[in-house]
Design a protein around this ligand. Structure first.
Ligand code: AMP
Ligand code: ZN
Ligand code: ZN
Length: 422
């Protein structure tokens, strides 16, 4: 027979008579509830490149469990450009990329005279000078809460003089179970050391999407693998009696769109490549003319029907992509499914972005760029399927859940409070 948890079983029976007295005290004590709320951890999980419609591609019993008892948005709308670092930093700071400084995965800073790039072993990723907004783990630590990160872009950097209490430098070879088990181990710390904010990150779906395309069997396999990882977390929390007392926020940074070698815009068909530096390639090319900006801009502006070209300062306001020194004088953006390259690079098979079956980075107006938002736990409503919203609001949401005073940011609680209990 299944034994029910009985708190009286071990209690010395001589003290049983005290229970009614203590009960009255606890009911009357206004701090009890706040104290409980104060202890609820928040686990932020990112599954890179998880497109909003992937849940429908295969059986996902563990995602379903979170969704059916929690909240889900139709999509999480990414910020421009729809790349990993700009969006992960937006999620944890609530600022548009032009306001947090990570305006691309690859950037040139004219003041530092240095390049920023991502990937394992990247030194700039670990250098706090690149980040100009306060991530949620810094807000938490500054306000006396403990944060621990089992990967999150930039969590390995000291930002504004603060680091998570425990963190790991990114190593994509750490297997998925180990990432989940590290989260569970941290939750096993004694209450005084236990983190209140935790994060983890998986690139598995992004890799499968790039290499095999969003419609592939490999993406279906990767969705199932991610579902198993969430299942491991749910079971680990349940075995600790913590599942209902933990807030889980599952997000992704962007979606994925197929590309093809037949849909390439060759810049060297229009300009002499010796006249420019290309800081970042595709689908958003960051172009730094060596001489006159206007002549290159005028040539590229009407060059190809599948490419939109902005001179710095003239990008539409909705993209929030004008005001940072790391934004180059000319930004060329390919339409969905299109890539930017040169004939020379393409013929050599040399592509800075890799030339897979799919990519992202495009204008967030394309539904294919939409990511996911799922929330489960005491902070969230139940059984709610809500509208899509911009990822700039997640920082405010997390501050509310963690009871933190947010730093200045571009999001608003009003835009997302519909998903929260109160
Ligand atoms: P993207 O193609 O824009 O989705 O970038 C995904 C890539 O970002 C992953 O495949 C990783 O190589 C890289 N990445 C993710 N997290 C980190 C990190 N913390 N440090 C360095 N590179 C990272
Ligand atoms: Zn990504
Ligand atoms: Zn990617």
């Amino acid at each position: 027979m299944k034994k029910e948890f009985n708190p009286l079983r071990k209690m010395n029976r001589r003290f049983v008579f005290l229970i009614p007295i203590f009960s009255i005290f606890f009911i009357a004590c206004p701090y009890e509830k706040t104290e409980e709320k104060g202890k609820t951890p928040l686990i932020l999980i990112s599954m890179d490149g998880f497109r909003w419609d992937y849940f429908d591609k295969t059986d996902t019993p563990n995602f379903d469990l979170l969704i059916s008892a929690g909240v889900k948005a139709k999509a999480l709308i990414p910020s421009f450009p729809t790349k990993t670092f700009p969006n992960h930093i937006t999620i944890v700071t609530g600022k548009h990329p032009e306001n947090h400084g990570i305006i691309a995965n690859r950037m040139y800073d004219p003041v530092f005279d240095e390049f920023y790039y991502i990937g394992e072993g990247s030194a700039p990723v670990r250098d706090g000078k690149w980040y100009e907004a306060e991530p949620i783990w810094v807000t938490a630590e500054k306000q006396g809460q403990t944060a621990m990160t089992m990967f999150w872009p930039a969590s390995e950097a000291e930002i504004m003089g603060v680091r998570p209490t425990e963190y790991f430098v990114y190593d994509g070879s750490v297997n998925h179970n180990e990432r989940i088990d590290q989260i569970l181990n941290w939750l096993d710390y004694t209450p005084s050391k236990r983190p209140k904010f935790l994060s983890t990150y998986f690139s598995h779906l992004d890799d499968a999407g790039h290499n095999h395309g969003p419609g592939s069997e490999e993406v279906i396999g990767a969705i199932q693998e991610m579902d198993r990882s969430v299942g491991r977390l749910i079971n680990g929390l349940k075995s600790r009696n913590m599942f209902q007392a933990t807030n889980i926020l599952l997000v992704s940074d962007h979606g994925m769109a197929s590309i093809s070698p037949d849909s390439i815009i060759f810049l060297d068909d229009y300009i002499d490549m010796d006249d420019v530096h290309i800081v970042d390639w595709s689908p958003v090319a960051a172009i730094r003319p060596k001489g006159d900006v206007n002549s290159i801009f005028t040539t590229l502006k009407n060059a190809h029907p599948k490419m939109t070209v902005y001179k710095k300062g003239d990008a539409p306001a909705r993209l929030h992509y004008n005001n940072h020194r790391r934004i180059q004088p000319i930004t060329a953006v390919a339409d969905e499914h299109w890539s930017i390259s040169t004939r020379e690079n393409f013929d050599k098979g040399d592509h800075s972005e890799g030339f897979g079956k799919a990519t992202h980075g495009y204008d967030p107006k394309y539904t294919s760029m939409g990511g996911i938002f799922v929330g489960h736990g005491p902070a969230f409503k139940q059984e709610m399927d809500g509208p899509g919203f911009s990822n700039i609001h997640l920082y405010e949401m997390m501050c509310k859940i963690l009871n933190l005073t947010p730093a200045t940011n571009d999001g608003s609680l009003d835009s997302i409070k519909v998903f929260l209990q109160n």
